[in-house]
Structures are given as C-alpha cells and as structure tokens.
Design a protein around this ligand. Structure first.
Ligand SMILES: [Zn+2]
Length: 393
C-alpha cells in the first residue's frame, strides 16, 4: 500500500451483478488492491483484493470472481475461530471497562427489547462454535435450540450445549420443521448469495416468528473493509434493502445493541410489495469508500512513523491489529489487550500484555475506530506509556 491508496474515488465498471439488488451496476474501487488484508478469524492475508460498490443500490461488496471463490475456500480450510483467546469468544467492553461476550450482550439486548415467550424453537443458521446458542440457552432455558453449519468440526461442542436438540450440516431449506425465531449472527456478510440465504431462513419461520440478523457495520468500523472473507460490507440501509428484497416484509427495527455492529429484527407478519432499489449516485458512494480507505492509509502511515521511535505495541488482538501488524511488515514488539482470555498468550509470535503490564517507555497504537480509541484511552493509559490515537476522520 502507498499514500496514494484511495486518494481519489477511481471507479470503473466491472462485470458481475450486485449481490443485494441483482442489477449489473458494480463499479470497482481502484486502490483497494494495495491494502494488506486480514481473515475474519484474524490471520494476516496478502494484498490484492477487489472492492466494488453498486451504482443502483449503494451496497459495497467484493465482486464475484474465480479468485474470490478460491480465496474463500483457502480461508475456510484453515479457519480457527477465536484462536487468540484459546477458543473463548471475543469480549466486548462497556464504557466502564467491564467485559461481556458479544453473544451475551446481543441476547440480553434482545430479551430486554423484544417480548419472547418462555418456550419456543430457535434455529441459529451458521452457528459456528455455538456462541449464540450458548448465550440464548443460558437465558431462555425453556427454548429448544437447533444449529446449522457448513461442516461437522464443532458438532460435539454444539451438541453439548444445554437446550440444543439438533445440529445439521445441510442447506437451511432442508432443516426439518418451523421455528419461532431464526438467527444469523455474523453469517450474511460471509456468503456469496445472501438474498437466497435470507429467503431460505424466512421460509423456516412460523407465522409471527422473528428473524434476527446481526452484521458488522463498516461505516462504524472501517477495518471491516479489510476482511478478505467478507463478501458484502453492510450498512443499516443496504441490510434493510436486502432483507426487504428477500422477504417482502418490512423490517421491524434496526438496533445498535453491540458496538460497531447492527442488528436487524423482522417479524414474519406484514407482507409488502417488493420495493425497487433506487438509483444512488456512484460518485458519492465511491467517495465515501475512498474516504474510509484514505483514513486507513493515513493510520498505517502514522503508526509506521511511531513504530520507529522504539518499543512499539498494538492495542487489540483482533481484525484491526492483525491488519496493521501485516501492513507494518511485522515491526511490532507486543500486543496489548484488556481481555483476560488473551493476556499472557502469544499472538502472531508476540506477547500479549494487559494494559497494567505494558512495558514502561513503550509506544502503543490504539488501532481502533477513532471514536472507540478516544473513549478507551483514558481507561488504559498509564504513566510512562504513550498511547497514540488514530487520525481524525
Ligand atoms: Zn445493488
């Protein structure tokens, strides 16, 4: 990557149809291929990716190609979820620094905002190693739970979760029965055919049932654009558009229950006529993506110059820190993390310190969205360690 990356929104038409609206209106964003990338399970991934934006509906996405399919296969082949914490789910931190798992936060918010009956049936599509099922089962013990995945590798772990009565490795449409709730947590951004998957999930709902879709929001977390196995980069608008297209139903609500992410809830009742996507100006869309890429580029430049000053660490052991580690060509001495599951381990061959143990005299870069970094700094700062904020937006 160079300073030039993302300087201008250079758009050129690319072949292929938009994943969300189906129109042949993708424009490719030049400059993206210079960025190093990262996999969603936090492994560095080489530069050379492609990023496009749909002129018709505004959705940001990786254009379909044989190369993308090859990369996705390679990434999932070696997939190891939450390896930084020895398999423990990533924690999210409240303003005061208390840690809670992302799934617990999501389920707690759901329970407090949506009236759920004491008994019911839940289908979790793409259940991973069972984080959502575990959190849901712990707070809603009267529900029977079913999960699906692409392979069998986590079957014993899933089947040992309280309340789980089924685990299927098959298309969602082949799962027997109907459900009071279908959840898809960090699934839709990974799949090459998101509309088809939502259609299948919708068909599995009982009348009046709830579809819950949880996604990253790249406008609140630009590092999401660097994740090589995210095929689509959603915003609240494009997520709602996709769900309306797939279900014909009106979205009940969009929430920000988990920091930097969005949750869409749809109840299987009202059926509307299918809306046509509206034209969005491609130049404006390209410019907004180019802005995000410029910010990432400036961030890497700033970190590079700070790293030359001496002992240098990155705050975090997830997507953003992994990406910057690769972008700085591994010129990083250590990582800092508040998550106790990660402290004391090694990540990418470097030690992980708690903020309290960070070596005096060192420089630490808060590689986070600007707003988050600003909120965290007062909490983690200590005498003798320089914590650096990312550039202003
Ligand atoms: Zn589109």
């Amino acid at each position: 990557m160079s300073d030039e990356a993302g300087r201008r929104p250079e758009l050129r038409s690319t072949s292929g149809d938009c994943r969300v609206c189906g129109r042949s209106a993708l424009e490719e964003i030049a400059g993206f291929s210079r960025f190093r990338r990262v996999t969603s399970d936090c492994r560095p991934w080489p530069s050379g990716g492609r990023l496009g934006v749909c002129r018709a509906c505004g959705c940001v996405q990786k254009p379909d190609s044989r190369e993308l399919a090859r990369e996705l296969a390679l990434i999932y082949d070696g997939y190891a979820i939450y390896h930084q914490g020895g398999g423990a789910e990533q924690a999210v931190f409240g303003a005061s620094g208390q840690a809670v798992s992302r799934s617990s936060r999501l389920v707690e918010a759901l329970r407090s905002q949506v009236c759920l009956p004491p008994k019911g049936q839940l289908l979790d599509v793409g259940c991973g190693n069972g984080a959502t099922l575990r959190a849901f089962g712990a707070t809603m013990p009267g529900w029977s739970l079913v999960g699906t995945e692409l392979d069998d590798r986590n079957r014993p772990e899933i089947e040992s979760i309280g309340g789980v009565e089924g685990f299927f490795v098959c298309p969602v449409s082949d799962v027997p029965g109907h459900f009071d709730m279908v959840t898809m947590v960090h699934v839709l951004e990974h799949v090459p055919r998101p509309v088809a998957l939502v259609e299948m999930a919708w068909a599995k709902l009982s009348r009046g049932g709830l579809l819950l879709i949880h996604l990253p929001d790249y406008t609140r977390n630009p590092f999401d654009l660097l994740i090589a196995d995210h095929c689509t980069h959603f915003t609240a608008e494009t997520a709602v558009r996709l769900i309306r297209r797939a279900t014909g139903a009106d979205v009940t609500a969009v929430h920000d229950w988990v920091p930097k992410e969005l949750t869409v809830v749809v109840r299987a009742v009202a059926v509307l006529s299918r809306p046509q996507p509206s034209e969005a100006p491609a130049d404006a869309l390209g410019e907004s993506i180019a802005q995000e890429l410029r910010w990432l580029s400036r961030l890497a430049e700033a970190a590079r110059s700070i790293a030359r000053r001496g002992r240098f660490g990155l705050f975090g052991t997830s997507i953003a820190a992994t990406w910057l580690f690769a972008e700085l060509e591994e010129a990083v001495d250590f990582f800092v993390d508040e998550d106790r599951n990660r402290v004391g381990r090694s990540f990418l061959g470097r030690p992980v310190y708690h903020p309290d143990q960070t070596p005096a005299g060192s420089q630490v870069y808060l590689v986070l969205p600007a707003v988050t970094a600003k909120a965290i700094r007062p909490r983690v700062a200590r005498e003798g360690v320089d914590y650096h904020l990312p550039p202003q937006r």
